[in-house]
Design a protein around this ligand. Structure first.
Ligand SMILES: N[C@@H](CCC(=O)N[C@@H](CS)C(=O)NCC(=O)O)C(=O)O
Length: 209
């Protein structure tokens, strides 16, 4: 039995942040499939037993059940000694980017991807709004990555793993990734790390509706 159990599903970039941490850290982990597309996270039973916030990912470890990807990444950095901050200044920078990720970079992009790329909503005022918000967030990250190989300095940290949640997802969002060359170069740096795997290879479940 693996030490780490991750409640996840293939389409979830938020879960991928954690799955990729465990994989790159070479920590054996077990996937617990969540049937998100059929409404499992909306059921009272799931909320009562897994996560009252109704969100994936959830990590089980040493009798604890943790949710919120940024908190899980921080916890994993602490217990494994990998990909975490080495100075108080790095800790501030890591949290600054993880909060930006949760509020803007992942959240607008993931919502756009779900509506436009997975549900095939077509173009609506909502998708246009989300795309412009996502584009603005990508521009911020692209400008930052023009100055540094990883979000916080010269090595991969949990800040990179947080922002990497959705960047490898293949669905069309109507954004042209060639507009973000430094994000592209950063993705390539992550992809060549030993053990890297695509989200759809790492987590169980369907990859389309
Ligand atoms: N801030 C959360 C976001 C998690 C999240 O939105 N997860 C999605 C799946 S990728 C979810 O479970 N959404 C359910 C919902 O919004 O009702 C995190 O980083 O863990």
């Amino acid at each position: 039995m693996s030490e780490f159990k991750l409640h996840c599903f293939a389409l979830s970039g938020n879960a991928y942040k954690v799955a990729l941490f465990l994989t790159l850290a070479q920590k054996p982990w077990e996937a617990v499939f969540v049937d998100f597309l059929n409404g499992e996270t909306k059921t009272q039973a799931w909320r009562d037993t897994v996560n009252e916030q109704g969100e994936v990912p959830v990590l089980e470890h040493r009798g604890q059940r943790l949710s919120q990807s940024a908190l899980i990444l921080d916890y994993l950095a602490e217990v494994t000694g990998q990909f975490g901050a080495q100075t108080p200044e790095e800790k501030q920078e890591i949290w600054r980017w993880m909060l930006f990720d949760n509020h803007k970079f992942t959240s607008y992009y993931a919502t756009l991807r779900f509506l436009y790329g997975i549900q095939k909503s077509g173009e609506t005022d909502v998708t246009r709004f989300l795309r412009e918000r996502a584009r603005a967030a990508y521009q911020v990250v692209d400008a930052h990555l023009a100055k540094t190989p990883f979000l916080v300095g010269e090595r991969l940290t949990i800040a990179d793993l947080s922002l990497a949640g959705y960047v490898f997802m293949p669905e069309d969002t109507g954004l042209d990734m060639h507009d973000f060359p430094h994000v592209q170069a950063w993705k390539a740096r992550i992809q060549i790390l030993p053990g890297w795997q695509h989200p759809y290879d790492l987590m169980p479940g369907p990859t389309s509706l």
